[in-house]
Design a protein around this ligand. Structure first.
Ligand code: PLP
Length: 353
């Protein structure tokens, strides 16, 4: 039963409907990024019933598990050549930057008698996936020779590695690139995918270039947060994922370990111990194997997270107004990284509420 992530499905569905409407009003097709849900088919079924037109995920395992859900699906991490068969079989489109991968997609699409859609990614400064303008010229020319690949769109991704945010300058650069490529190669991109949740503010303020007709949103919808700006979205529900974990030991102990100290702990880290004297400490039954400790924020503001090991998290509960005992449950707010960890740990339960 514990640890468990409780997922407030109604709030999430409400957020999706609101953001989908905002997108529609701005002629944007919303691609909902489902990777936070791991491979939770029933949850994704509920989400699809809100009327969104596309889901996307970074992992083929997840997309494969959604095979019976009738909706357009994109792979948003560049495909591995070793997974091409599944990419063609289980997705409608994938993001791409490498001609060798596109050629492999073409060969597999021929075998499966399918046309695979590709969305080419432009490097706009965040320095993760993306091609230069010259590389795109080359890839487009080469791809036009391939029988089973459709150049479906062009996209950019920001705010994931380099913490670069979308603004009028880089959005202008992107829209100029789109016109340049369409004119030069005599093509029309059906999808012009302008970014992820960090574009939420520009969307709301109607400051996105008109050429952008798609956004890929995860965090903004699930957490009501605009990443990189770390700004709450007032009109959406937050705290839609809550962790509950159980106390397995509760004892008074000194704050400083004693005995001969080695160079590091079992995670190759060297801890810093603050001497607060004898403290009441609770151990809860989950650990760094399941979640990043810096992504946890206790509901009880008087709890201090001291640290942990693979299977244990150690809390200082001395200052709490609650008189905790073994078997009690401690609740946490979660950030994006913590939810991702927890949702993919097989040792953590998930409960829709
Ligand atoms: C290519 C791509 N697009 C969109 C997203 C969604 O990002 P966010 O959760 O910030 O909306 C991600 C990350 O999950 C991504 O890698």
């Amino acid at each position: 039963m514990y640890p468990v992530v409780e997922i407030n499905i109604n709030n999430i569905l409400d957020n999706i409907s609101k953001v989908n409407l905002l997108c529609k009003n701005n002629n944007i097709k919303l691609s909902l990024v489902t990777k936070l849900l791991s491979d939770n088919v029933s949850l994704v079924e509920k989400i699809v019933s809100t009327g969104i037109s596309c889901i996307c995920d970074s992992r083929m395992e997840n997309l494969k598990s959604y095979k019976d859900i009738d909706i357009e699906k994109w792979l948003i991490r560049l495909p591995m050549i070793s997974e091409i068969e599944d990419v063609v079989k289980y997705t409608n489109a994938s993001l791409n930057t490498e001609i060798s991968t596109i050629i492999a997609l073409n060969e597999e699409s021929k075998k499966q008698n399918k046309i695979h859609n590709i969305i080419l990614m432009y490097e706009l400064g965040d320095l993760r996936e993306g091609c230069s303008k010259e590389e795109l010229d080359y890839i487009i020319e080469e791809t036009k020779k391939l029988s089973n690949i459709n150049i479906y769109g062009i996209g950019v991704n920001l705010s994931c590695y380099g913490e670069i945010v979308p603004n009028s300058k880089n959005m202008d650069e992107f829209s100029q690139l789109v016109s340049y490529l369409e004119n030069k190669h005599d093509i029309k991109f059906e999808i012009v995918s302008g970014g992820n949740s960090s574009s939420y503010n520009l969307l709301k303020e109607e400051k996105l270039p008109k050429v952008i007709n798609n956004l890929r949103f995860g965090e903004s919808i699930f957490l009501a947060n605009v990443p990189c700006f770390e700004k709450n979205i007032e009109e959406l529900y937050k705290d839609n994922f809550i962790l509950k974990a159980e106390i397995i030991e509760l004892k008074e102990k000194p704050s400083i370990p004693w005995g001969e100290r080695g160079v590091c702990n079992s995670f190759s880290e060297s801890g810093v111990f603050i001497d607060r004297g004898i403290r009441k400490r609770a151990i809860i039954a989950l650990g760094k194997q399941d979640v990043r400790l810096d992504g946890l924020n206790p509901f009880d503001k008087d709890i201090i997270i001291l640290g942990g090991s693979s299977d244990h998290i150690i809390l200082d509960v001395t200052d709490s107004k609650n008189n905790y005992k073994v078997g009690d449950i401690i609740e946490f707010h979660l950030n994006y990284a913590a939810i991702l960890n927890l949702m993919t740990s097989k040792y953590v339960n998930r409960k829709l509420i």
